[in-house]
Design a protein around this ligand. Sequence first.
Ligand code: 26W
Length: 795
Amino acid sequence: MTDLTAPKLKAEILRHLTYTLGKDAAHASIYDWRMALSYAIRDQIMGPWFASTRKTWDTGHKRVYYLSMEFLIGRLLEDATINLGLRDIAEKAMAQLGQDFREIVEDEPDAALGNGGLGRLAACFMESMATLGCPAYGYGIRYEHGLFRQRFEDGRQVETPEDWLKERNPWEFDRPEASYTVAFKGHVEHRFGRDIWVPGETVLAEAHDTPVIGWQGRWGNTLRLWAARPTTMFDLERFNRGDYAAAAEPEALARTLSRVLYPDDTTYQGKELRLKQEYFLTSAALQDILRRFTTGGHAITDLPKHVAIQMNDTHPAIAGPELIRLLVDDHGLDFETALDTARACLGYTNHTLLPEALERWATFTFGNVLPRHMQIVERIDAWHKAKYPTRPHYVGIVKHQEVRMGELAFIMAHKVNGVSALHSELVKKNLFPELNALHPDRIVNQTNGVTPRRWLKMSNRPLSALITKTIGEGWEADLDRLRELEPHIKKKTFLKAFGAAKRENKVATAAWIAEHCGVTVSPDALFDVQIKRIHEYKRQLLNILETIARWHAIRQNPDADWVPRVKIFGGKSAPGYFVAKEIIHLINDVAKVANHDPVVGDRLKVVYPANYNVSMAEHLVPAADLSEQISTAGKEASGTGNMKFMINGAPTIGTLDGANVEILQEVGAENFFLFGLTAEQVVKRREDPEHSRHAIEASQELQDVLQMIAEGLFSPEDPGRYHALVHRVWHHDYFLVASDFASYLTAQAEVDRAYADRNRWLAMAAMNTARSGFFSSDRTIRSYMADIWSVQSAL
Ligand code: 26W
């Protein structure tokens, strides 16, 4: 760690303000101050970053390469100060310069290069790999526009483009010298007994490096993002003819490759540009990996001793055929040796079972964009069929004129993993049963985790301070130590302090809600939070139906002893996901009615701040009392938000789905509000074609709620607005909202009872924190290192 003091840092900030920004302190804006501070902090990263890279070279250490179409990073400034141990020093230095550290930190735009869980997991993994001294590169795309910004217009979601690069990005270094040609299209010629790909188009992939510094600055890795550049700036023939605008077309076309992140989470569309993006990332990464490897002077068949490549879902699954292509076409290996070598390097993580999210490309598109790879894919498939003759006829990579990326990734990986215990079992049983039978040791489980540096130390300072005061330092890199809190939970003084920390966060969030939503909420109410992408399987609909039932019940009996609640929603819908957008609209309509109901008053408030992102999660998670994890069992692969809430002392109300199962196991049933059908019961329940009608007829509350929505009580200006949505619950309730409703209501009533008993609640909340050690991404990464990557720490 550095020996930087506040006065020294202050001098560095002023130096950057003058010499890097060219600004006089008297005229510096928040932006200028942020840049100056960021550069001063960045300087502190360079030492450990270079030392790590050098050490990896000098020792010939194995490296991990994490290939991901998404890295949902959020902000970096405060995170960097936390890991360098400079957080408080930076605050002091800025104060001496008359600047407010918080205000400066919040001026940074989120790097939103991801949709949701998968992208955020990649960001947590990068931080944990750096913390553990696992030599690693993350490879992704430097999207000019990250995930769209969300606004509400009359309660409806409206998307606008995101523009994080319009300001300077102080964290990245351009590496114009590290650029590779990526080819597409064209045809394959067979000459001299070899297959030669004659491409039809080429672009350049140019590297932009962001250092990723681990806890206490002991190790630094690189996140390398590729930007697309044209191989030729101008069409010279047109340029010389004086047709300047048309001459610039190739440039514009090339750049579209890294222009924008696809905003679809969980529904997959066979768009050619998306396939090109996937190949662009993968080809550039593999060329870079082989360049680095051959510089080391090893035999090419030793690749797996030095290189582990992880595919984050199937999005980079073209890595299998691409690596074979490079090994055969450029390095002269025979096909089978190339295949074995590639497989020994590659691992594949599956993140979803939803059939609509599984990537399949029409062979027409695939063969058109990547003709050489189409040949190789067919050869891999034929090789696998020949080697495993008992493989059923309906199993394979190429079927019904489609390339199935899941099967391709499975066959080309030495290990395949799910992301929670339940999910990994379902990957075996439901997704790849036949391949699992042929390769019984290939599928393993790696339960997800989150980094406690960002999600506790940085974002929840009151609780972090209490933890350090109670059990001492060091828990940040050894989260199992939170168990040492347990004996203190019996003490009134500790519980009081725990409650005070939570209340401090809630007071801050209440002010934030007033500012962002214009709604006044009491910090003593129960903060009930559901923040995640909007999807039918995540069942925000179930939550808002319960909210309506609660509103109705309060109106029926306002004098009863109600526990005041604030229902907090956050999340974006895919732009083309019609049903999800109706659910958003309904939540906003219910908020409008409930928040202005004088009979209900403070007993119930509903807020839905727009544009949920990583930074908003950092505000909301520490203030939550209750964590909503209510997906239809069997559908949520893991969840990682659930872990963030647990660490921050919010008990879960949830189903037996994803990592909820393991949260329940760690914290015990008495500290978890369990409800709903199990994954097995869900499948059974659907066998009754009238399951929904039966459930509705059995619940007077649900009948009333659906009736009120259908009558237009929440949309008086457009009473028919939700007819289709209500019809869906009655007749096409695939995600079993109706069937789980009664059980959810019962669990919510139990939540009220528990919260009313202040000490019981505080003990539950504190138990959640104390038992959350397992969900550190350090544990997850250690496990990948041992079971999949065969790599040791370089520290
Ligand atoms: C091709 C379109 C597309 C894009 C993204 C399909 C599917 C995805 C992702 C797989 C969706 C995703 O983010 N999955 C989430 O991954 C998290 C990290 O493992 C899990 O915690 C979530 O349960 C899972 O939904």
